[in-house]
Design a protein around this ligand. Sequence first.
Ligand code: G3I
Length: 305
Amino acid sequence: ASTLAGAAAEKGRYFGTAVAAGHLGEAPYVSTLNAEFDSVTPENEMKWDAVEPSRGSFNFANADRIVSHAQSRGMKVRGHTLVWHSQLPSWVGNLSAGDLRTAMNNHINQVMGHWKGKIHSWDVVNEAFQDGSSGARRNSPFQDKLGNGFIEEAFRAARAADPAAKLCYNDYNTDGVNAKSNAVYNMVRDFKARGVPIDCVGFQSHFNSASPVPADYQANLQRFADLGVDVQITELDIEGSGTSQATSYANVVKACLAVTRCTGITVWGITDKYSWRASGTPLLFDSNYNKKPAYTAVLNALGGT
Ligand code: G3I
């Protein structure tokens, strides 16, 4: 195969990208998306501030544009994200515990219900653990008012809202074996032991020189897979350029292919022009949509040419 999605499909994986609705009018953005990818993740359009800016008032229009585009091209959609401390409208933080529980469950029901049957995987809870050595939960309105049980409660609500969707926990700095990934691992193991519905763990995989691809990346993916969940690389981008960037990208792809339950890879954007890393060049296409060495390295690692 000669495209990322085509080569990945021959290995039984999807190859996706984050997409911003605001760029869907740009011809080379869309042609690159359509040619190379078979899964999309709305970069911001499904987040709480975008879909429920005030309580009970839902706005799905921008995300619908992405979902419609994906469906018309036969692409999968990853849902991102239902319960997250960031891009959370201030009204959520002002609720009492009881109201917050009701609002969280309603948000999950309404948002998953709107796209029921159209989302292959949902990031139900995003980034709930702290960085560093503590392995502790991150402070958030959910953690602070509902306690540790908010994650379990969110997953149970999600299963009921769209039984066909794979339910993922998604985080960053959990890509290698470390205190943070150990904490997530222990949570997933506990969920599997107690029958709390969870199907997948997302490894964001935002890498740079200070945080390169860990040597134990594959081993870490494998230990989660061995718990009985799928693993997905959900927000891949790697700062740098040239051969070293290309080699790092290839290593990520090889790690996924070596783990049977690593079901797909999503890069966090199509082109360096629109990366969230404002000054960086972390993606597979340069700002003129030319294929970078990293693109070729990924394609070749997938077995394509
Ligand atoms: O939509 C507003 C616009 O109305 C306003 O005029 C403009 C002015 O700043 O801001 C716009 O919102 C921005 C939004 O992206 C949409 O472009 C926010 O400021 C900006 O903070 C937001 O950044 C996003 C970031 O998440 C927020 O946390 C990035 O695009 C997005 O790539 C990034 O993605 C996250 C994942 O969701 C979770 N994992 C980490 C990853 C990278 O930070």
